[in-house]
Ligand binder design. Structure first.
Ligand code: SF4
Length: 725
């Protein structure tokens, strides 16, 4: 007699999420939620508000949070599906210790004792700096602050850095140099007030999708839109003027546009005289960037360069926005400074609808770079080599200033130091360098050389596979805290559910390790709010001042913009009003930029430029999004985008397997022939590991100031391997 199969409902009841199958409406969505928790999307820097549905201490779905002003209920594909990571069967539920036969489950005492034993052994044998810390820019402000203090006070190592080093640091460095402060100048609500938006190196529609809505609102109000990009990205397809720049030539193009503005005297002399310094040096530097010369370097027609300058001049209000497209370069800081020069020369800053900013990529890309988890930084955006800043933080932390380490190595340098045998031990939090660092082969070699490696992660990342101990940490919805979105608005992350199984909140793990290292009195935290109170105190009077913030105030106002130096202060949505900048003399500083070529330019052997970036359904190294089925369905794996002309030259059609070779390694992926890319350039998204990793071929060369790698340009050649089926 035939055995009746289990019904769908019975299957769900019996196997739950282990079916790895999403019933209509999401996991357990047929249940009424016990509660709705107002929090934020865990992915990009827009930090959209979302309400998570909780049933039986599990996140089972979401509702729009329409009152939150940034996204007003709207979410992109990643935001809509983010809740599916919560009950995912891959979730780490216990600490794991490596054995000869793979990982075994362990209890916390065994796992943390092992971590502490190896920290002490390595530091006693090789010195304090031989143990390093790598942290993330998706973590809350509280965790970013804790990681910086943990490294300097509990480990006393100089070597801590974070994965924002691969993201916003070029913009951050340029902002500090030009304005004296590192924050986007305007709230995004200024975008619909402008008459012209110039977006360069930013695939807004895929990387920060909800920001697209602000651009549409500006367009509805009559604004014009200029897009600069080697690819005609979805947002660029709607532009009034599109400048298809050759990768790595951005500063030349900006110099060329400024050249035309100066030539026609379309600049703001009153603003320059009253509020800036150094214009003459920039005027001199751009004098040779005629439209013809700029066209030769950048590949953008001279007439388009002139037209961009005309459009900027015709608008009374304009905003310039950029992202990693101009920042991921060995001259990322110079590229950003060339944009700032244009904004300052025309006085387009510090007013409603007039301004400038980088679009932050990571969820806490802004806050993650403010509170001391960078190798050169102390909390409050302070400089680790500034004697006064060191004294201020030493007082807050109740340690001697002389005990604080000095500047350490940046993320890529740190991995190179592992390879060179100078760093022997590593603790990482939410950082997946095996996927996200350039030149995967070197990163893998470094991981294999570590004497001890402990990784804190909610999922087993590709890098965590190399760990000796994996500590099961928390997802964003499993902890309290704050995040600072791309506008500089500090928002509240609320705990919706506890970490599952034996997993723990990340901050508890770090504090536990600090206690086991004998630093109980210096890490006296019972909850994340204790950390936030100390963070705000530590930031008081610093370049990044959160002193007037607390959880209640942030919740009452749906987020508060820093600087917020006192309890009575309402926060600062728009910076530089009245032309008042953050340098001691109140003036903005021009910086002349002379174009220089990429570290690795094309030649006869490697004649094609490769550039890399993101797709809408995936996020960074993919640790979270590559596990969410509906997002994988949208874009199952990386493809090589190339122009029909280049494809024809190599006899390639969409679907053919194509090998991309650089001086470092190669990657073989299916081709996608598109008309939306320059014929001299190919594009590969970087979210995938192993044989599919774009970073197998990318270049590890660094910007000399920001130390960001040149992800956006390397020289490659193509070879068709197999015809598609
Ligand atoms: Fe909003 Fe970014 Fe999340 Fe999309 S990924 S929902 S744009 S925060």
């Amino acid at each position: 007699m035939a055995i009746p199969p289990l019904s769908e409902q019975e299957l769900i009841q019996q196997y739950g999420p282990h079916l790895n199958y999403e019933p209509p409406g999401g996991w357990l969505a047929e249940h009424e939620p016990d509660r709705l928790v107002k929090t934020h999307c865990c992915f990009c820097g827009v930090q959209c508000g979302i309400q998570l549905k909780v049933h039986n201490e599990k996140v089972v779905g979401f509702e729009p949070w329409e009152d939150f002003p940034v996204n007003q209920g709207k979410l992109c594909p990643k935001g809509v599906k983010r809740y599916l990571q919560n009950n995912h069967p891959d979730r780490l539920l216990h600490p794991l210790i490596r054995t000869d036969n793979g990982f075994r489950e362990a209890d916390w005492d065994d796992a943390l004792s092992l971590v502490v034993e190896h920290i002490q052994r390595i530091q006693a044998t090789y010195g304090k700096d031989a143990f390093a810390v790598l942290s993330g820019a998706s973590v809350t402000n509280e965790k970013a602050y804790l990681m910086g203090k943990f490294a300097r006070v509990a480990l006393q190592t100089a070597n801590i850095d974070y994965n924002g080093r691969l993201c916003m640091v070029s913009a951050g460095a340029a902002n500090k140099m030009a304005f004296g402060i590192d924050r986007v100048a305007n709230p995004w609500s200024d975008i619909p007030l402008t008459q012209l938006v110039l977006v360069t190196g930013s695939n807004i529609g895929e990387c920060f999708p909800i920001l697209t809505d602000y651009l549409w609102r500006a367009r509805d109000n009559g604004a014009k839109f200029i897009a600069i990009d080697p690819r005609m990205t979805p947002i660029a397809r709607t532009a009034d003027l599109f400048l298809p720049v050759r990768p790595g030539r951005d500063s030349a193009l900006m110099n060329g546009i400024l050249h035309v503005l100066i030539e026609h005297d379309w600049i703001d002399h009153d603003f320059i005289d009253a509020h800036t310094k150094g214009f003459e040096s920039v005027q001199k530097a751009v004098a040779e960037y005629t439209p013809q010369m700029t066209a030769e370097i950048s590949g953008v027609p001279a007439a388009s360069i002139v037209r961009a300058a005309e459009m900027w001049a015709e608008a009374e209000k304009s905003m310039l926005l950029h992202a990693r497209g101009i920042e991921h370069h060995t001259k990322g800081v110079e590229n950003v400074l060339s944009c700032i020069n244009l904004v300052l020369a025309t006085g387009r800053i510090g007013q409603p609808g007039c301004g400038y900013g980088t679009i932050t990529g990571q969820g806490n890309g802004q806050g993650g770079r403010e509170h001391g988890q960078r190798c050169n930084q102390l909390p409050g955006g302070r400089d680790i080599e500034n004697p006064q800043h060191r004294e201020e933080i030493a007082r807050t932390w109740k340690v001697n200033e002389s005990e604080l380490p000095h500047v350490g190595l940046t993320a890529v340098e740190l991995m190179d130091a592992v390879n060179a045998g100078q760093i022997k031990g590593l603790l990482s939090l939410s950082f997946n360098p095996l996927v996200s660092l350039p030149d995967t082969k070197l990163t893998r070699a470094a991981l294999e050389k570590l004497e001890f490696y402990a990784a804190i992660d909610p999922f087993m990342s590709e890098t965590a596979h190399y760990a000796d101990v994996v500590l099961a940490g928390s997802l964003q919805e499993e902890d309290e805290g704050t995040v600072t979105n791309g506008e500089g608005r500090v928002v509240r992350i609320r705990r919706a559910v506890p970490p599952p199984g034996n997993a723990r909140a990340d901050w508890e793990i770090i504090v536990d390790i600090a206690h086991r290292l004998g630093k109980e009195l210096l890490f006296p935290y019972a909850e994340p709010e204790d950390l936030f109170r100390e963070l705000c105190r530590a930031s008081a009077g610093g370049p990044v001042d959160y002193a007037g913030l607390n959880y209640t105030k942030i919740e009452q106002h749906n987020g508060v913009f820093w600087p917020c130096p006192s309890r009575e202060h309402p926060g600062t949505p728009r910076l530089f009003e009245g032309g008042e900048f953050a340098h001691p003399d109140g003036k903005a500083q021009f910086h002349p930029v002379t174009y220089r070529p990429p570290d690795e330019d094309v030649d006869a052997t490697y004649p094609i430029i490769m550039t890399s970036g993101r797709v809408v359904s995936q996020y960074l190294s993919g640790t979270q999004t590559r596990r969410i089925g509906p997002l994988v369905d949208q874009y199952p794996g990386p493809q090589i985008e190339l122009h029909p002309r280049l494809a024809e030259q190599h006899d390639i059609q969409s679907g053919d397997m194509v090998c991309v070779e650089s001086r470092r390694s190669s990657v073989t992926l299916p081709a996608l022939v598109v008309r939306t890319i320059r014929p001299d350039t190919i594009f590969i998204p970087y979210h995938w590991p192993g044989e599919q990793a774009a970073n197998r071929v990318t270049n590890r060369a660094l910007d000399p100031i920001s130390k960001i790698p040149e992800f956006k340009v390397c020289a490659v050649r193509l070879r068709k391997v197999k015809a598609g089926v």
